[in-house]
Design a protein around this ligand. Sequence first.
Ligand code: AMP
Length: 350
Amino acid sequence: MVGRISLDEPKTIATLGSHSALQILKGAKDEGFETLLICEEKRLSLYKRFRFIDEILAIRHYNELLDTKCQQRLHDAKSVLVPHGTMIAYFTYQDIENMSVPIFGNRKILQWESDRNLKQKLMNVSQLTTPKLVQRKDCIDRLCIVKLHGAAGGRGYFLAWNKETFEENARSLLNQRRIRSEDDLFIQEYIIGVPTYLQFFYSPINRQIEFLGADIRYESDIDSIGRIPARQQLSVNLEPSYNVIGNIPLVLRESLLEGVYAMGERFVKASEDLVPPGVTGPFCLEGVYDKEGIFTTFEFSARIVAGTNLYITGSPYSELIYDKPMSTGRRIAHEIRVANERGLLKQIFT
Ligand code: AMP
C-alpha cells in the first residue's frame, strides 16, 4: 500500500464516476482545480461528454480504486478524493480507512453513516426527533417502514403494519436472496408528512454552518401510486418500492428556517464530540415534516447527497450567501482552495 502522505498543495480534485461526480468536478473546475474521474469502463461514454473533466482513469470495477496503481496515480496528480454516496455503497468502512489518498472531510464519520446503531446514536446526541424504532416484528403496532441495512437508494424497502405483513414481505426478500435473514431488516415507525432532505455545509475554517438547499426525492414507484385510483391499486395488489429516480427542488416556509439551522448546528456539535474532528463539509438531514411543521429525522448523510445535483447553478439559499453560482460541489472546492491559501488543509482532510 502507498503510505498516507500529507498534501502540501492539492492540484486535482478526484471522485468516482457516479452519484454527484458531474457537480463535484464542474465545481472543482470553476474554482481552478484540475479534475480527475475514476470511471468504470461501462460509463466512459457518458463522462467523456464533459469538457471540464481533465483526466479519466478507466477501471473495470470500483474495487480497482483500492489498488496501489490507482492510489499512486491519484498521489501523482496531487489529488484529493471527494467521497459521495457510491463510495459509501460500494466500499466498506475499512476500505475507505485504508485508502492512502487524502479524502475531503472526516473519513471516520462515514462509518457512522453506514452503521445503523452508530447513526441512531449520533442523531440522539444531536437531539433530533427520530421515528420510533421497533425492535421485533411482534411489536409492530402501527404503520412501519422496513429497511435493509446499508440499502442503496431505498431499494427493497417495504411497509408493514403487523407481524404478518412483515413476514410476507421479508419472505419475498429472502426468496430473492436480497437478505440472509430477517435480522438484516430494520423496522421504523412510518412518519406521515412531507419527506424532506436538508442540505448543509459546515466549514471548519470559518466555523460556520450554511444551509444550501432542500429537495424531495421522487421514488419509484411509491410516488406514482397516487396516480392510480384506489380500486385499481387494490385489484393489482401493489407493493410500493422506494427506489430513487430523481429529485425535485423544495423551498421551505421561511418560518421553518430557524429550526433548520438549529438542527444543523446541534448535529455539527454532536459530531465534534462523538467523531472528532466532526462533520466537515456537506451533510444532509433526511426526514419528514408533519402537519405541525415538526421535522422527524430518519437518516443523515455525512457527505454530499445527490439531491444537491439540482443546484449546479446555485440554490435559492446559496444565492443569499454567495454572489456567484455556488453548488455544493463548488463549495467543497472553494473550501479546499481557502484552506490551502491559509495553510489549514489539515482541518479538512483525513
Ligand atoms: P432512505 O433510504 O432512508 O432515505 O429512505 C428512502 C425513502 O423512504 C424516503 O425518501 C422516504 O420516502 C421513505 N422513508 C424512509 N424512512 C421513513 C420514515 N420513517 N417515515 C416515512 N417515510 C420514510
